[in-house]
Design a protein around this ligand. Sequence first.
Ligand code: CUA
Length: 188
Amino acid sequence: MNVSAPEGSRSEAVAIAAERRWAVVVGGVLLLLVAMMVVTGLHWAAMPPSRVETVDVKTLHIAGEFIESNLGSALEPDGSVTVRAIGQQYSFTPQCILVPTDTPITFRLTSADVVHGFLITGTAINLMLVPGYISSIPARFDTPGDRHMPCHEFCGLGHEGMWGRIRVVDKATFMRMAADARRLTCVK
Ligand code: CUA
C-alpha cells in the first residue's frame, strides 16, 4: 500500500503552502511600503508647506491683492505700512518703493512668471518670489536714504538688468504724502 509516499508528499505540500503564504505576506508588506512612499511623495509634491499663502498667477493682474492699483505702499489703520509688489521678467512693479523711517513695515510680494529674488542692500531682507505664492517679511528702517533692490535669482537672459530701488523717507514726510494718496511709490 502506498502509506509512506503520501506521508512524504503531504509534508512537502505543507511546506510549499507555508512558503507560498509567507511569500504573499512579505510581498504584500513590500507593496504596502512602496505604495506609502508613492502616496506621501505625491502628496508632498502637490501640497504647499503649511502656513504659506498662495495666490492665483492667472488672475494676478485682474483681481485680488496684487492688481496694479493696489501695488505700492499702503498706510494701515494701525499706523504700520504694507508694501505690495510683483516681480516679473525683468522688472519689479513698482520699480521704486517708498517707505517711512521708524515704522513697522510688511513686504508682501509675488512673481508673475518665474522664480525671482528680492533683497534690499544693507539689510537682512532677502526673499524668493515664487509664482503662485506670497512671500512676506517684516522690516523697519532707521535712517532715510536710497537702497538698491536687485533680483538675485537667475530668471532668464534679462536677469542682470532686473533691479529696483527702495527710498526711505522720514516718517513725517511719508505721512503727509499718505494723506493724499491711497498707494505710494517713488516711480517718476
Ligand atoms: Cu528676476 Cu533675476
